[in-house]
Design a protein around this ligand. Structure first.
Ligand code: UDP
Length: 241
């Protein structure tokens, strides 16, 4: 892809969005029969599945912890998910994303309720267009709730950044690649806790504050969509529907 001359023209981004506008979002809970919990998220061109297993006894046993469950996360990109085929298997990037995903989700779980156990989260990126780590966290939170695992709250996640000197919500691949800064954020909405904050590029203190505020507002929209997806799956429907 060639570098576009400008990423914002007449106040609009190349895909027609306003700077503070998110891509179309679709969330579905409980999409996989054999997982204990699952969710599917589409955010623009991103397509991400999350599957949760557990809590179940940890094997091998030497990895068990006597006082708590262990949360394990695996973020994986399908070879066909990106423009240039991704070599299958873990790499530095996916190991890092798996780790920060685990750290983003841990604060809402009561792991101490399940000693010697493990909760596994598998995140599979089927199609990528920047923002897959945040879409993965959003999907995983819904999948954990769908598994019936007690949680303090959901976790909602989106990236913000800077392109053409403007602070924007939810960067596309083009904007991520040619923009100045990409800042993925995850939030525990009710407590307004930040559980993931990474930054590729740089921002002034004032820009950072505006970007974080925008991330909070974006996560609020995501939170509503997550709750709606769970309600759609679990609301008791009147008979005959
Ligand atoms: N990407 C790619 N090949 C790779 C890794 C990433 O084409 O091996 C693309 C993909 O579209 C991804 C984007 O680059 O969504 C941005 O990647 P980044 O590492 O910033 O993570 P993300 O924004 O997906 O959380």
């Amino acid at each position: 892809m060639e570098k576009p001359e400008k990423l914002i023209i007449d106040g609009k981004r190349l895909d027609g969005r306003a700077p503070e506008e998110m891509r179309p979002l679709k969330i579905e809970a409980g999409v996989l029969k054999r997982a204990d919990g699952s969710a599917y998220v589409e955010l623009g061109e991103n397509k991400v599945l999350a599957a949760v297993y557990g809590p179940r006894e940890m094997h091998p046993r030497h990895l068990q912890r006597p006082d708590t469950a262990v949360l394990r996360c695996r973020y994986n990109m399908a070879p066909f998910s990106v423009e240039e085929r991704k070599r299958p298997g873990p790499d530095r990037r996916s190991v890092e994303i798996s780790k920060v995903t685990r750290q983003a989700l841990e604060p809402v779980l009561f792991l101490e309720l399940y000693p010697r156990s493990v909760i596994d989260i598998f995140i599979e990126v089927l199609q990528a267009d920047a923002g897959t780590r945040t879409a993965g966290i959003t999907a995983a939170a819904v999948a954990l709730a769908d598994a019936g695992i007690p949680m303090r709250d959901l976790v909602s996640s989106v990236a913000v950044g800077k392109i053409d000197d403007m602070i924007v919500l939810d960067l596309t691949k083009e904007e991520d690649q040619w923009g100045t800064t990409d800042m993925p954020v995850a939030i525990v909405p009710r407590k307004k806790l930040v559980s993931l904050l990474q930054m590729d590029g740089n921002l002034t203190e004032e820009e950072f504050k505006r970007a974080l505020d925008l991330a909070f507002r974006g996560c609020e929209q995501i939170y509503q969509a997550q709750r709606q997806a769970l309600k759609e799956k679990y609301a008791i429907k009147p008979e005959g529907e």
